[in-house]
Ligand binder design. Structure first.
Ligand code: GCU
Length: 138
C-alpha cells in the first residue's frame, strides 16, 4: 500500500480554526472544530486507482466525551459516527481508522461533527491506498 499524509491545516475547513497551542501536532498546526454539529474538515485524497483505502485520522480529544465524525467520500456516506474518544489530554494524539472505497483520481473526504461538542482537534489524515505509483501530495 502507499500512504500519503494530508495535513488538516491545509484542508478545506468549515467552521473550525487552525491552531498550534497544543504540542505534538505534525505540520504547522491542527484544526480545532467549532463546538457545533455540522462543522467539518474536507481533504482531497488522490488515489492512483479505484479501490479500497484505509483512512487514518490523527487527533486529540482532551475531554472524556467521544466526538464522532460522519465520514463521507465524494458526498456519499462512508462511515457513520466514526469514534474519536478522549485521549486524556489535548497534547495526547491518537488515531482513528476507517475503511472506505475510493475512486481513481481526486476524492473528497469530509469529516463532519455529529454532536454539539464539534469534532476532535484534527492533526492529519493518512490515506493508505492500493499499491501503485506513489500518490502526490495536494
Ligand atoms: C479547549 C482546547 C481546544 C479544544 C476545545 C474543545 O478549548 O484548548 O483545543 O478544541 O477545548 O473543547 O473543542
Amino acid at each position: 500500500a502507499v500512504a500519503t499524509e494530508y495535513q488538516a491545516e491545509t484542508a478545506t475547513i468549515s467552521n473550525g480554526v487552525v491552531e498550534s497551542n497544543h504540542a505534538g501536532f505534525t505540520g504547522t498546526g491542527f484544526v480545532n472544530y467549532d463546538n457545533e454539529t455540522g462543522s467539518y474538515v474536507e481533504f482531497t485524497v488522490n488515489a492512483a486507482t479505484a479501490g479500497p483505502a484505509t483512512l487514518i485520522f490523527r487527533y486529540a480529544n482532551g475531554t472524556t466525551a467521544n466526538r464522532p465524525l460522519n465520514v463521507t467520500v465524494n458526498g456519499r456516506a462512508a462511515v457513520s459516527g466514526l469514534a474519536f474518544p478522549g485521549t486524556g489530554a489535548w497534547t495526547t494524539w491518537r488515531t482513528a481508522t476507517a475503511s472506505v472505497t475510493l475512486t481513481a483520481g481526486a476524492n473528497k473526504i469530509r469529516g463532519t461533527a455529529t454532536t454539539a461538542n464539534g469534532g476532535p482537534n484534527l492533526d492529519r489524515l493518512d490515506a493508505e491506498t492500493a499499491s501503485g505509483e506513489p500518490d502526490t501530495e495536494p
